[in-house]
Design a protein around this ligand. Structure first.
Ligand code: ZN
Length: 158
Protein backbone atom coordinates (compact mmCIF):
# COMPACT_ATOMS: atom_id res chain seq x y z
CA UNK A 1 0.00 0.00 0.00
CA UNK A 2 1.11 3.50 -0.75
CA UNK A 3 0.48 6.10 1.95
CA UNK A 4 -2.50 8.38 1.47
CA UNK A 5 -0.40 11.48 2.07
CA UNK A 6 1.52 10.86 -1.16
CA UNK A 7 -1.29 12.92 -2.72
CA UNK A 8 -0.44 15.97 -0.64
CA UNK A 9 -2.98 18.43 0.62
CA UNK A 10 -6.53 18.94 -0.58
CA UNK A 11 -5.69 22.37 -1.99
CA UNK A 12 -2.93 20.86 -4.16
CA UNK A 13 -5.24 18.27 -5.68
CA UNK A 14 -8.01 20.87 -6.06
CA UNK A 15 -5.60 22.97 -8.14
CA UNK A 16 -4.65 19.90 -10.14
CA UNK A 17 -8.28 19.09 -10.89
CA UNK A 18 -8.93 22.68 -12.00
CA UNK A 19 -5.88 22.66 -14.28
CA UNK A 20 -6.84 19.41 -15.93
CA UNK A 21 -10.53 20.11 -16.16
CA UNK A 22 -10.26 23.64 -17.53
CA UNK A 23 -7.19 23.13 -19.70
CA UNK A 24 -9.13 24.60 -22.63
CA UNK A 25 -10.68 27.34 -20.53
CA UNK A 26 -13.61 27.38 -18.13
CA UNK A 27 -16.95 26.56 -19.73
CA UNK A 28 -20.31 26.24 -18.05
CA UNK A 29 -21.20 22.54 -17.62
CA UNK A 30 -24.88 23.47 -17.73
CA UNK A 31 -25.09 25.51 -20.94
CA UNK A 32 -21.56 25.19 -22.42
CA UNK A 33 -21.06 28.96 -22.47
CA UNK A 34 -17.59 30.32 -21.82
CA UNK A 35 -18.97 33.57 -20.40
CA UNK A 36 -17.94 32.62 -16.88
CA UNK A 37 -16.41 34.50 -13.97
CA UNK A 38 -14.93 33.33 -10.71
CA UNK A 39 -17.50 33.46 -7.96
CA UNK A 40 -16.03 32.75 -4.56
CA UNK A 41 -14.93 29.34 -3.44
CA UNK A 42 -16.38 26.12 -2.13
CA UNK A 43 -13.99 24.56 0.35
CA UNK A 44 -10.74 24.18 -1.55
CA UNK A 45 -12.52 24.42 -4.88
CA UNK A 46 -13.21 27.40 -7.09
CA UNK A 47 -16.79 28.37 -7.76
CA UNK A 48 -17.90 30.10 -10.98
CA UNK A 49 -20.87 32.10 -12.19
CA UNK A 50 -22.11 31.63 -15.73
CA UNK A 51 -23.16 34.97 -17.18
CA UNK A 52 -25.14 33.24 -19.88
CA UNK A 53 -27.47 31.06 -17.81
CA UNK A 54 -26.89 32.81 -14.48
CA UNK A 55 -26.13 29.60 -12.61
CA UNK A 56 -23.11 28.73 -10.53
CA UNK A 57 -20.92 25.68 -10.73
CA UNK A 58 -17.74 24.37 -9.18
CA UNK A 59 -14.58 22.62 -10.29
CA UNK A 60 -16.14 19.26 -9.46
CA UNK A 61 -19.55 19.92 -11.04
CA UNK A 62 -20.30 17.36 -13.71
CA UNK A 63 -17.25 15.23 -12.94
CA UNK A 64 -17.08 11.77 -11.40
CA UNK A 65 -16.00 13.47 -8.18
CA UNK A 66 -19.17 15.55 -7.81
CA UNK A 67 -21.60 15.04 -4.94
CA UNK A 68 -19.08 13.48 -2.59
CA UNK A 69 -18.16 14.77 0.82
CA UNK A 70 -15.04 12.61 0.78
CA UNK A 71 -11.86 14.57 0.08
CA UNK A 72 -10.73 14.53 -3.54
CA UNK A 73 -7.24 13.39 -2.56
CA UNK A 74 -8.80 10.30 -1.00
CA UNK A 75 -10.56 9.47 -4.26
CA UNK A 76 -7.41 10.02 -6.29
CA UNK A 77 -5.56 7.81 -3.87
CA UNK A 78 -8.25 5.14 -4.21
CA UNK A 79 -8.17 5.14 -8.00
CA UNK A 80 -4.41 4.96 -8.00
CA UNK A 81 -4.15 2.22 -5.39
CA UNK A 82 -6.93 0.20 -7.00
CA UNK A 83 -5.59 0.33 -10.54
CA UNK A 84 -1.87 0.37 -9.87
CA UNK A 85 -1.59 -1.97 -6.91
CA UNK A 86 -4.91 -3.83 -7.11
CA UNK A 87 -5.66 -2.79 -3.56
CA UNK A 88 -8.90 -4.40 -2.41
CA UNK A 89 -12.02 -2.35 -1.81
CA UNK A 90 -12.01 -3.64 1.75
CA UNK A 91 -8.55 -2.24 2.36
CA UNK A 92 -9.35 1.04 0.60
CA UNK A 93 -12.44 1.39 2.74
CA UNK A 94 -10.29 1.21 5.86
CA UNK A 95 -7.62 3.43 4.38
CA UNK A 96 -9.88 6.35 3.49
CA UNK A 97 -12.41 5.65 6.25
CA UNK A 98 -15.72 5.44 4.38
CA UNK A 99 -18.52 2.90 4.21
CA UNK A 100 -18.04 -0.13 1.98
CA UNK A 101 -20.99 0.92 -0.19
CA UNK A 102 -19.40 4.32 -0.76
CA UNK A 103 -16.06 2.96 -1.90
CA UNK A 104 -17.54 0.23 -4.08
CA UNK A 105 -19.94 2.58 -5.87
CA UNK A 106 -17.29 5.21 -6.48
CA UNK A 107 -14.62 2.80 -7.66
CA UNK A 108 -17.12 1.26 -10.05
CA UNK A 109 -17.92 4.70 -11.40
CA UNK A 110 -14.23 5.65 -11.71
CA UNK A 111 -13.25 2.49 -13.54
CA UNK A 112 -16.18 2.91 -15.93
CA UNK A 113 -15.19 6.50 -16.59
CA UNK A 114 -11.59 5.48 -17.20
CA UNK A 115 -12.64 2.41 -19.19
CA UNK A 116 -10.36 0.47 -16.87
CA UNK A 117 -10.70 -3.07 -15.58
CA UNK A 118 -12.86 -3.24 -12.50
CA UNK A 119 -13.41 -5.75 -9.77
CA UNK A 120 -16.02 -8.41 -10.13
CA UNK A 121 -18.55 -6.80 -7.84
CA UNK A 122 -21.09 -9.53 -8.41
CA UNK A 123 -19.32 -12.21 -6.41
CA UNK A 124 -19.83 -12.80 -2.71
CA UNK A 125 -18.98 -9.69 -0.75
CA UNK A 126 -18.33 -10.05 2.89
CA UNK A 127 -19.92 -7.27 4.89
CA UNK A 128 -18.68 -7.28 8.43
CA UNK A 129 -19.30 -3.96 10.14
CA UNK A 130 -17.82 -5.14 13.42
CA UNK A 131 -14.57 -6.01 11.76
CA UNK A 132 -14.61 -2.68 9.96
CA UNK A 133 -15.26 -0.45 12.92
CA UNK A 134 -13.04 -2.38 15.31
CA UNK A 135 -10.58 -3.09 12.57
CA UNK A 136 -7.10 -2.25 11.59
CA UNK A 137 -6.84 1.36 12.60
CA UNK A 138 -4.02 3.24 14.16
CA UNK A 139 -0.29 3.40 14.15
CA UNK A 140 0.50 -0.22 13.50
CA UNK A 141 -1.39 -0.29 10.24
CA UNK A 142 0.05 3.05 9.14
CA UNK A 143 3.56 1.83 9.61
CA UNK A 144 2.79 -1.29 7.71
CA UNK A 145 1.35 0.80 4.89
CA UNK A 146 4.42 2.96 4.68
CA UNK A 147 6.93 0.16 4.59
CA UNK A 148 4.95 -1.72 1.99
CA UNK A 149 4.68 1.46 -0.04
CA UNK A 150 8.44 1.70 -0.22
CA UNK A 151 8.91 -1.90 -1.21
CA UNK A 152 6.44 -1.72 -4.09
CA UNK A 153 7.91 1.46 -5.51
CA UNK A 154 9.51 0.92 -8.89
CA UNK A 155 8.06 -2.53 -9.37
CA UNK A 156 6.76 -3.00 -12.91
CA UNK A 157 5.60 -0.16 -15.06
CA UNK A 158 2.29 1.42 -15.93
ZN1 ZN B 1 -24.32 28.46 -18.18
Amino acid sequence: MIPLDVFGSESVVADLLAQVRWRNGVTCPLCRSDLTVKNGSYGHFQRYLCKNCDRTFKDKTGTIFAHSKVALRKWLFSIYAFLRFSTSLRQLQLEIDVQYKTISQRVERFTKALDAPSLDLVGPVEIDEVYVSAGLKGRERDQESRSRGLSTRGRGSV
